[in-house]
Design a protein around this ligand. Structure first.
Ligand SMILES: *Cc1c(COP(=O)(O)O)cnc(C)c1O
Length: 432
């Protein structure tokens, strides 16, 4: 399978190039050249297949024979090391729990698939692959845990000192081995600037095989389509239509769902649910795409003012607004509504939502006002313990920390403190 840039369909590269480059040279995002419809027997056997088997079939059709089947199978198995159960919390409303991975958020799927692919590409060459990643918290932990002990790869995480939560910091500073954490005296933007500068330094590029684990990487998107199929396979109800509500920031999750639909999964409708950063719901209402600086909310992983995957959504529909509108409905919610949803579901159903999942839940409730005979699934994108302060305040009760999160808290942080001038990073990378 070749991948083209959303800025120019005639620019095509191999899987290896698309994954190593991340962003196309013309700043477009890579898309698979074709999105095959899966055969009828796949859908007929869906309920008998394991999550890993489903993932393999989906991955194979989006990747083709760019890598040997046995390797792809190994990579999918490495990606899916944990479940994504459907939990019915109200009549016909299900929570798709995507937080059972090592860092308790759906980003584990993308990070693990990317690490598997880069590990494979590293095994095909002499040079080790060095992954530079700037993080404000979550990406660093998912990427560090995804690449931990993957042969032929080395990860350098840059993060702003004092500006990530304790638990996030522990998740990428305690692993050791092939993971190094650089604690930068500066902001997240400084970290991002340093990474960008490293990619433009010819000496460094000569010495190291540098790549990034940027969230727009097509390898992070592909595995996110797996769980739509797997969620569908878990539904017992076959008579009603199925809608997915996706709490959205950069719109990677929704895009992966739209790809699953394009591959033949019978999804009636997607709900793009956002916080006050409602760029895409506003677009669906007005046809005007107006990015603006993001505002801070309690669902902060979705505080995005210029959603990067919007280009992929438009591309999937060949810029046909009406086509897009047929498949996606937009809703947005305030922090107060989010808090109320967390509180009321906890009180009435004894189920703890995280602030992002709460927005997905609200999207379904709104949609159900005008649609009946429908089953709704919302993506619960993170474990509530990741946002324990916000959740505890909303539900007025303790949030239990899962054992695997607790384990990290007991480990010792190891980081290299560094000033935010490029010369220090350069010196460090030269000496690596
Ligand atoms: C990243 C993230 C989101 C947003 O997902 P997109 O694919 O960027 O729309 C939602 N919830 C949580 C917890 C996240 O970490």
């Amino acid at each position: 399978m070749n991948y083209y840039s959303t800025n120019n369909r005639n620019v095509k590269v191999s899987l290896r190039e698309a994954v190593i480059q991340g962003l196309a040279p013309d700043n477009g995002l890579y898309m698979p050249e074709s999105i095959p419809i899966l055969p009828a027997f796949f859908f007929q056997s869906l309920q008998r297949l394991s999550f890993q088997e489903i993932g393999f079939e989906v991955a194979k059709s989006l990747i083709g024979n760019d890598i040997p089947e046995s390797e792809l199978k190994r990579i999918v198995d490495h990606t899916i090391q944990f479940d994504a159960p459907l939990v019915e919390i109200e009549n016909d409303i299900f929570s798709l729990e995507l937080f059972h991975g090592p860092t308790l958020a759906f980003k584990d799927f993308g990070a693990r698939f990317l690490s598997g692919l880069l590990g494979y590409f590293a095994s095909q060459q002499d040079k080790e692959i060095t992954i530079l990643v700037a993080t404000s918290g979550d990406t660093g932990s998912a990427v560090a845990n995804g690449f931990f002990n993957v042969p032929g790869t080395k990860v350098i995480v840059l993060y702003p000192s004092g500006k990530v939560s304790d638990i996030q910091e522990k998740q990428f500073t305690t692993l050791g081995g092939n993971i190094t954490a650089l604690e930068i005296d500066g902001t997240f933007d400084d970290c991002q600037r340093l990474v960008k500068q490293a990619f433009t330094d010819d000496d460094l590029k000569q010495k190291h095989f540098l790549t990034s684990a940027n969230s727009i990487n097509i390898a992070r998107l592909i595995p996110q389509s797996f769980y739509y199929f797997n969620a569908f396979s878990q539904l017992k109800e076959r008579q009603k239509s199925v809608v997915f509500s996706v709490p959205s920031g950069n719109f990677g999750n929704v895009t992966a769902g739209l790809i699953a639909k394009r591959m033949g999964l019978p999804i009636q409708q997607f709900i793009a649910a956002t916080n006050q950063n409602d760029i895409v719901p506003a677009y669906l209402r007005t046809k005007l795409f107006s990015p603006r600086p993001s505002v801070q909310t309690i669902s902060n992983a979705m505080d995005v003012g210029n959603p990067s995957n919007f280009a992929r959504m438009l591309d999937l529909y060949q810029h046909d607004f009406d086509g897009l509108l047929k498949d996606i409905t937009g809703f947005h919610y305030s922090d107060e509504e989010t808090n109320d949803a967390m509180r009321s579901i906890f009180k009435s159903k004894n189920y703890t939502l995280d602030p992002h999942g709460a927005i997905g839940y609200l999207g379904l409730k709104d949609y159900f006002r005008t649609h009946s005979n429908t089953v709704g699934i919302f993506l619960e994108t993170a474990h509530p313990a990741k946002f324990d302060k916000v959740v505890q305040r909303a539900i007025e009760s303790e949030v239990k920390m899962p054992a695997r999160l607790q384990e990290f808290m007991g480990l010792t942080k190891k980081s290299i403190r560094m000033r935010s001038d490029f010369e220090y990073l350069r010196e460090f990378l030269v000496g690596l």
